[in-house]
Ligand binder design. Structure first.
Ligand code: AMP
Ligand code: MG
Length: 281
């Protein structure tokens, strides 16, 4: 079996699901970031994306009402990979009361004085909620490894520590879904250039992005190890072709909708005797 074929083609449903099967080894270089199934342009999927967003909205309402389980969505990507855009386009329509986005930058002094998971654990969603991690505990085996911020004997054991952490969350009723938004190096160049060319995007540009870009291969290797070591039954990784933003949004949205549907959240039983109640004038 080729490495590529191990990214499972889902059936049913009738679309590639991009889930990295636990125990398999994917090679990012063999996964096409330009993949769009049979669709050619944004217009081809506009209605489909809206339908997935509606599914998420309805299921989130039930998850919130049930108040017994939660969903944690982890978004990781190279710079310009589309984490912010995915959040905006996939979650735009959902009830803010049931959802929280946590974005992680370099740790503060206080955060750095704790074990590396501390700040992430504090942001894990409560029961009934959806939590979105824009960057996550994976940074501690990505940037930290690539930049040599700690020695290998510190970051290497973190794969196992992360698997244990995610198992703890899942045992506590939190489903964990992890997306790697996979773009090509050429696509990153275009997106960085667009940030330079458009004054309204200047705020997104950091000259540090150029330094990080020079480390592209080291980052790809670090992502590959994180995905291969930490795609588990209880917390799978999905490698999402992300050169086309509209296709990326569709894949992420339907994966989330399918996951929520499989969780099958239920409205709690109503109080007894509601039918006998009349509201006083
Ligand atoms: P941005 O998402 O563009 O605002 O950038 C956030 C920056 O924080 C990125 O350069 C990340 O590599 C960095 N960052 C996030 N988490 C960590 C971490 N645990 N250690 C060091 N740097 C981090
Ligand atoms: Mg940035």
């Amino acid at each position: 079996m080729s490495e590529k074929s191990k990214v499972v083609e889902g059936s049913p449903p009738d679309y590639p699901r991009y889930r990295v099967e636990p125990g398999s080894k994917v090679s990012l270089a063999e996964i096409d970031p330009d993949e769009t199934e049979r669709y050619r342009k944004k217009k081809d999927v506009a209605k489909k994306l809206e339908a997935q967003r509606r599914r998420i909205r309805d299921l989130q309402e039930r998850l919130y009402a049930e108040n017994r389980r939660g969903l944690l969505i982890v978004l990781q990507a190279m710079d310009t990979g589309g984490k912010d855009g995915t959040i905006k386009h996939v979650f735009g329509g959902i009830n803010p009361q049931g959802c929280r986005v946590s974005s992680f930058k370099a740790p503060s002094a206080e955060e750095a004085n704790h074990d590396f998971l501390w700040r992430y654990h504090k942001s894990v969603p409560a029961k009934g909620r959806i939590g979105i991690f824009n960057r996550s505990h994976y940074e501690d085996v990505l940037v930290v490894r690539v930049k040599g911020l700690v020695p290998e004997e510190v970051w290497r054991p973190r794969y196992g520590i992360i698997n244990d952490f995610e198992r703890t969350l899942s045992a506590g009723g939190i489903t964990v879904l992890k997306f790697f938004l996979h773009i090509s190096k050429d696509e990153q160049k275009k997106r960085l250039q667009a940030r330079l060319d458009n004054p309204e995007k200047h705020w997104k540009f950091s000259s540090n992005d150029i330094k990080e870009r020079a480390l592209w291969d080291a980052y790809q290797a670090a992502f590959e190890d994180a995905i291969n070591n930490c795609s588990t039954e209880h917390a799978p990784w999905y490698v999402v072709p992300a050169n086309k933003k509209w296709y990326r949004n569709l894949v992420v949205a339907r994966t989330i909708a399918d996951t929520l549907e499989a969780m099958d959240p239920q409205y709690p039983p109503a109080e007894e005797g509601l039918e006998k109640i009349t509201i006083p004038d």
